[in-house]
Design a protein around this ligand. Structure first.
Ligand SMILES: NC(=O)c1ccc[n+]([C@@H]2O[C@H](COP(=O)([O-])OP(=O)(O)OC[C@H]3O[C@@H](n4cnc5c(N)ncnc54)[C@H](O)[C@@H]3O)[C@@H](O)[C@H]2O)c1
Length: 363
C-alpha cells in the first residue's frame, strides 16, 4: 500500500478505534508495515474467528486497549496518554441488519461514540489529523441510481445508515465549534470524514456480509440464498479505501492549512460497481465452485437497490485511485479464504501477499 503522500509513518503515533474489527485489523497491519506506533482502542473482536486474532495483530501494537467508545472518560484518558498525531475512528456497530434489531445500541455506539472520540481529542489538546470513518450509507438514497457526491443530502432509511449520517453531523459540528479551521494555529486539529462502499477482503466473518455467506455456503456444499441479487453496490478491496484514508491523513499532517478536513468518498471508478449476482458468480468462479438461488423475502427490511459513489474529489484532490479492479478484488478475496481454509496459521502471510500485490498494482 502507498506510504501516504510524502510523509513517512515511521515513528508516528497513531490512535485507531475499532482495531479488533475487519477493517481495523487491516489498517493496523498497514500502519505497522510502515513503522507507525499504534494504540488500538476497541471492544474485543466481534467474530470468531477474527482477523485480529488470526493475523496476530495485537503483536503489532504499541498498546492494545479493550474499551468502549461510549465510555467517554476511559476513551479520553487512553487517547491523551497515546498523544496521537493521527486518529482513525473505525469503532462502530457496523451491521445494517443488527441495526434493525438493536437501534438504540447502534445510535449510542455510532453517534455518541463519535462525539466522545472528538471530545477526547479536544480535551487532549494535541494537534492531530482525525479521520472519522462513516459509510456510503450515510446519504439519503437516490432512487434513480445517480452516484452520491460528498455534498449530497445526508439521510438513511434504517438505524445503521441514519447513525452514520448522524456521525457525519457530529463531525461537522466539531469542525465548526471545537476545531474551526480559521483557528487552526490555536488548536491544530483537522477532522475529515470518509465514506467507503462495500468493502471485501480476507478475514471478514461478520454476520450478514455477503462474503461470509458465500464462504459458509461453499463450506456446507449448499447454494447461497441471495436476498437482493439485482442490487448494485460499490464493491472494493479493503486495501483501496484504506490507502485513501492513509493518503488523506498523510496530506493533513504534511499541509495542515490546505483544507483537507472535509468529507471524502472512496469507492470504485465509474463502471466498477457490480450487481450482487455478478459479484457472487465472479467469487465462485475464483473460488472453484458454488451456486446461488434467489431468496427475496418480502418481510425483510427495505434495502436500497442501487448505491453508487462518485469518487471525483478523491481522484482530483488526492490523486487517489483504486488499485484493484473489482475482478481482482474478488479473486484476491476468494484466494485469501482458500488459503486460510487450507492453513489458518497463514493469515498474516495471506495479508502480506495482498499488501505486496497492492503496492505493485499500478495506481
Ligand atoms: N465493512 C464494510 O463494508 C464497511 C463499509 C462502509 C463503512 N464501514 C465502516 O468501517 C468501520 C469498520 O467496519 P468493519 O467492517 O471493520 O466492522 P467490524 O464490525 O468488523 O468492526 C467493528 C469494530 O468496532 C468495535 N466496536 C464495536 N462497538 C464498539 C464500542 N461500543 N466501543 C468500542 N469498540 C466498538 C469492534 O470491537 C470492532 O473492533 C465501521 O465504522 C463501519 O461502519 C464498513
Amino acid at each position: 500500500m502507498a506510504a501516504g503522500d510524502g510523509i513517512a509513518w515511521g515513528g508516528r503515533r497513531v490512535f485507531v478505534t475499532g482495531h479488533t474489527g475487519f477493517k481495523g485489523a487491516w489498517l493496523v497491519q498497514a500502519l505497522a508495515r510502515q513503522g507507525a506506533e499504534v494504540t488500538g482502542y476497541a471492544l474485543p473482536p466481534p467474530t470468531t474467528p477474527s482477523l485480529f486474532e488470526a493475523a496476530g495483530v495485537a503483536g503489532l501494537l504499541r498498546r492494545h486497549v479493550t474499551g468502549d467508545v461510549r465510555d467517554a472518560e476511559h476513551l479520553a484518558a487512553e487517547l491523551a496518554a497515546a498523544r496521537p498525531e493521527a486518529v482513525f475512528h473505525l469503532a462502530a456497530q457496523a451491521l445494517v441488519r443488527r441495526g434493525h434489531r438493536e437501534p438504540v445500541e447502534t445510535f449510542a455506539t455510532n453517534v455518541t461514540g463519535t462525539a466522545a472520540l472528538l471530545e477526547a481529542v479536544r480535551r487532549a489538546a494535541i494537534p492531530c489529523a482525525v479521520i472519522v470513518v462513516t459509510s456510503d450509507k450515510c446519504y439519503e438514497p437516490h432512487d434513480d441510481g445517480r452516484p452520491h457526491r460528498e455534498e449530497d443530502a445526508l439521510g438513511g432509511r434504517d438505524p445503521y445508515s441514519a447513525s452514520k449520517a448522524c456521525a457525519e453531523l457530529v463531525a461537522a459540528a466539531a469542525r465548526r465549534s471545537s476545531f474551526p479551521p480559521e483557528r487552526l494555529v490555536d488548536h491544530g486539529v483537522q477532522v475529515a470524514t470518509v465514506r467507503a462502499g462495500n468493502v471485501v477482503g480476507g478475514g471478514d466473518w461478520a454476520e450478514d456480509r455477503l462474503v461470509t455467506d458465500l464462504v459458509a455456503a461453499r463450506t456446507a456444499g449448499r447454494p447461497v440464498k441471495l436476498r437482493h441479487p439485482d442490487a448494485i453496490r460499490p464493491w472494493q478491496h479493503v486495501l483501496d479505501p484504506l490507502s485513501g484514508y492513509l493518503d488523506l491523513a498523510a496530506r493533513m499532517l504534511r499541509d495542515p492549512a490546505a483544507g483537507y478536513g472535509r468529507a471524502w468518498n472512496f469507492g470504485p471508478l465509474p463502471g466498477g460497481d457490480l450487481t450482487v449476482a455478478a459479484f457472487v458468480e465472479a467469487f465462485f468462479a475464483a473460488a472453484g465452485g458454488g451456486s446461488w438461488i434467489s431468496a427475496a423475502d418480502p418481510r425483510a427490511p427495505v434495502e436500497t437497490v442501487v448505491l453508487r459513489l462518485a469518487v471525483d474529489r478523491a481522484v482530483a484532490d488526492l490523486g487517489w485511485r483504486p488499485r484493484f479492479a473489482p475482478t481482482v478484488a474478488i479473486a484476491r478475496t476468494a484466494a485469501w479464504y482458500r488459503g486460510f481454509s487450507a492453513d489458518p496459521s497463514a493469515a498474516r502471510r495471506l495479508c502480506d501477499d495482498d499488501f505486496r500485490a497492492h503496492e505493485e498494482a499500478s495506481a
